[in-house]
Ligand binder design. Sequence first.
Ligand code: NAP
Length: 264
Amino acid sequence: MARRDLGRWAIVTGASSGIGAALARALGAAGCACVLVARRRDALEAVAASLPPARSLVWPADVSVHESGSELAAALVERGIEPDLLVLNAGFGIYGPLAEADPARLGALVDTNCRSPLLWARTFLPGMLQRGRGGIVLVASTGGLVPMPYYASYGASKAFVVSLGRALAAEAAGSGVGVLTLCPGPAHTGFFAVADAPGPLGSPQAAVQTPEQVAAETLTAWRAGRSLHICGATNRLAMSAGRLLPPTWLDRAARRVLQPKRRG
Ligand SMILES: NC(=O)c1ccc[n+]([C@@H]2O[C@H](COP(=O)([O-])OP(=O)(O)OC[C@H]3O[C@@H](n4cnc5c(N)ncnc54)[C@H](OP(=O)(O)O)[C@@H]3O)[C@@H](O)[C@H]2O)c1
């Protein structure tokens, strides 16, 4: 695997909190200027304030909006900024039985977790391929590698991201452009509150990472030229073990672990 640089400018979606904010800080510390994208301007500005001065651009946007990627691309052309690294991290989950999920929220999940990485990659890849450098980090999840009962829409959306990322890595091979699909396991972020979930289920506390640990592993995996990286040794072991088990057994075990407990 060829080693890769981070480049001068990175775009990070979902940079207002959690893994995206930690990634932006790690990229900033490594000398990258960052374009910070998410809906909450105040939170983005707080992240920007923690980066080296004059090394960031705050870009409030809803990535689920069809034109969001191309609008940013046009604004960067105007400013003479050529993005080297595109980190597609914005996303959210929905916890609970699919039969009880709000259809509008399911649509928003598909638009945010699936349609947006697809369209943003389509927007920024041609320039990278033309320049013969840079690349994309797609933040998927270990939930995209295994069955996710009670997180059905989320698991399916992250399986989409894994498939997209692996295919793009193969398409870009030999072009000088890299594609890394990142599969974090559970991490201490706002994810569970947004998903209306009680927290990481079935994971020993030691396996739950901080966003900073995920970000550090991401930069290491990127620099090492990896195309797929599962974060955390415990998660890597669990995913390897899961591949040895019969699918029906794995599905039943996942159901037991993820099944909602009665509240109240
Ligand atoms: N935490 C975990 O256990 C875990 C595990 C595996 C994978 N992941 C993945 O990691 C990524 C980051 O999540 P996180 O854990 O850091 O959770 P988080 O703290 O809730 O962060 C989610 C980020 O996505 C942004 N976002 C959500 N919808 C958006 C939209 N429509 N447009 C623009 N930005 C949007 C949010 O910003 P605004 O609200 O300001 O828009 C926020 O910055 C997600 O893709 C998630 O699926 C998380």
